[in-house]
Design a binder for this molecule. Structure first.
Ligand code: DHE
Length: 563
């Protein structure tokens, strides 16, 4: 489905809530002319569709540098010149419409021709610099809707909260809470724009979500219906949150990671009252200053009062000790640039995080506070939280898919179990690459009770790949994977926009797999549920309000890092 048109300029301006206070784009020398409303539209679309990969300041990360003009020194001392102005409007329009082999998706079925033309001109202007966001700004944005004393003292509904799923409805700015036992939508709640992830409180009572617009929402499931009890803004662009999970600190604090401004914020876990902001600006692992080092994945350690905070552009992994937030102690671990997503190994001692544009996985030992290994992989690893299982030959492995290559990589992980000592020689090596029919994988998933490893390919440009999942038998990885046609199984009509089969999540028992069918912005989509043993379709959860479902977070599995 096409989104806005230039004739809807007024509406677009009203919608540009996140940009009211943003800086103005200024024309670079020789940049094509743009009217003020066109600049606003460019700014809004850039935030919604481009900034995640290319950065607010357009210095590049997963995506390329998009500054109007740039120059960099090559290793041999020569200088390379480039930039959007050098490419020009016609060429940029083509790139935006058709995508690139480097992994940029095509926007011709997402943006109108006019919007593509606006974007081609917009990225030839100097990038606007959005404002900073202080503790005072956080305080002013904080809404404590239901104070703790006025919340239920016990669970007021009879539902099995452990098997609830928090489902992102990306483009409507909502979160659907779906009962995993009955597969009924329990409640749809308003959240920030395009909620990125949901994480659960250590108690399993609360859901924390964070929108791309930086709005954090705290949802209490002890009411008769899930109820938003507090909200706060972290800045204008964010992706990650997690609670404190260490014994004695359960749910005391929440941490939120910002893309803009580049900083992390610490709040009270039960009210979201802001406590502290720490900037992440600083030096990359190459020793160069970076003005926009964004906070990518964050995870709470269960063995120490620490969060693992991954800073994308600098390649620095921070272990933030929250036992005394007034005198904050941080261990800075050097890894590789462009840190993105990751998850624990099976022992929950090592955090495995993708340095995606460096084609590496960093393994952090959260017990010693040191880098255990930096592992070379195929192009652009994208694990989500990854998948842990026992490989028939190599013992405990952690799996990641790749956006840029047609494989799923299996990495041997260290284990303290005496029986696993024989696998030590393989630790921190890619021990096997499972062939996929194409690149464009975003997520892999398994469960301790499962014999299957599921892999998607939603970013593959071919419909036959983007709309399916492949399932490997982990007892015999020489068997060809089974192709599961999620779009066909949904029974929904074929639409012009690809219906991307994205992100798998198990139910609490570990015997069902839920996959989102992520359709066009206004098309009815679905969550397709499979029996994990038989791989047969079990249920299609759909509703006119089921628009653009993407991430799904089962309460029990998210609470306990089961993947
Ligand atoms: Fe994500 C996780 C960033 C695009 C769905 N995504 C993450 C994390 C980061 C991130 C940093 C790790 C959070 C954590 O664990 O603390 N994602 C980004 C981007 O910067 C990027 C590339 C572009 C953007 O503008 O946001 C991006 N992500 C997407 C999508 O387009 C996806 C497919 C659909 C959507 O909902 O927007 C998407 N990202 C997800 C999901 C997770 C995620 C479902 C959580 C996976 C999990 O199992 O934990």
């Amino acid at each position: 489905m096409k989104t806005g048109k230039l004739t809807r300029i007024g509406a677009a301006l009203l919608l540009a809530h996140a940009f009211g206070a943003h800086g103005q784009a200024t024309p670079a020398a020789q940049a094509p002319a743009m009217t003020a409303p066109e600049l606003e539209i460019g700014k809004k679309i850039y935030f919604e569709r481009c900034a995640g990969c290319h950065g607010v300041l357009r210095k590049g990360a997963t995506g390329k540098n998009l500054e109007p003009l740039w120059s960099k020194k090559n290793a041999d001392g020569t200088t390379q010149e480039g930039g959007m102005l050098r490419l020009g409007t016609a060429r940029l329009e083509k790139i935006i419409a058709l995508g690139t082999e480097g992994g940029m998706v095509n926007y011709d079925d997402i943006l109108t021709k006019e919007e593509i033309n606006v974007m081609a001109r917009y990225i030839q202007q100097e990038p606007p610099i959005p404002p900073e966001f202080s503790l005072k700004d956080m305080e002013e944005s904080w809404k404590l809707i239901v104070p703790v004393a006025e919340r239920p003292k016990k669970q007021m509904n009879k539902l099995n909260l452990k098997n609830m799923f928090a489902v992102t409805l990306r483009d409507t700015g909502e979160l659907a809470v779906i009962d995993g036992d009955t597969k009924q939508i329990w409640q749809i709640l308003k959240t920030g724009y395009a909620v990125h992830i949901s994480r659960m409180s250590a108690s399993g009572r609360y859901i924390y979500t964070v929108g791309r617009d930086g709005l954090v929402t705290l949802i209490d499931m002890w009411f008769e219906k899930p109820t938003t009890v507090a909200t706060i803004r972290l800045g204008s662009d964010a992706r990650s949150v997690d609670v404190s999970k260490f014994k004695g600190f359960e749910d005391k604090y929440l941490i939120g990671g910002g893309y803009w401004p580049p900083q992390y914020s610490i709040m009270d876990g039960d009210t979201l009252k802001p406590r502290k902001i720490v900037s992440t600006r600083g030096m990359t692992v190459d020793g160069e200053y970076h003005p926009e080092p964004r906070v990518a994945s964050i995870v709470a350690s269960q063995i120490k009062p620490e969060w693992v905070v991954n800073i994308k552009e600098t390649g620095q992994i921070l272990l933030v000790d929250y036992s005394d937030i007034k005198n904050l102690k941080t261990t800075t671990i050097e890894s590789a640039k462009f840190l993105h997503d990751g998850g624990f190994d099976a022992s929950k001692r090592y955090f495995m995080v993708a340095a995606n544009a460096s084609n590496k996985i960093a393994a952090v030992d959260t017990k010693t506070g040191k880098l255990a290994a930096l592992i070379d992989t195929k192009k652009i690893p994208h694990p989500g939280r990854g998948a842990n299982f026992i490989h028939p030959k190599y013992g405990p492995v952690w799996a990641t898919g790749h956006l840029g290559d047609a494989v799923v990589s299996l990495i041997s992980t260290a284990s303290d179990k005496p029986a696993d000592a024989k696998f030590k020689q393989h630790n921190w090596k890619v021990v096997q690459e499972l062939a996929m029919p194409g690149a464009g994988n975003l997520f892999v998933k398994t469960h301790p009770k499962s014999n299957h490893l599921w892999a998607d390919m939603p970013m593959n440009p071919e419909r036959e790949n983007a709309e399916v999942n492949y399932v490997f038998d982990i007892r015999d990885l020489s068997k060809p994977p089974v192709r599961i046609d999620v779009a066909k199984d949904s029974g929904l009509p074929v639409t012009k926009a690809l219906r991307r089969a994205v992100h798998q999540e198990y139910n609490e028992k570990g015997d069902e797999v839920w996959i989102s069918l992520w359709g066009g912005k206004t098309d009815q989509s679905a969550i397709v549920v499979y029996d994990d043993k038989t791989l047969k379709l079990k249920k299609v959860i759909t509703d006119p309000k089921m628009i653009t479902p993407t991430g799904k977070f089962n309460v029990w599995n998210t609470q306990h890092d089961v993947y």
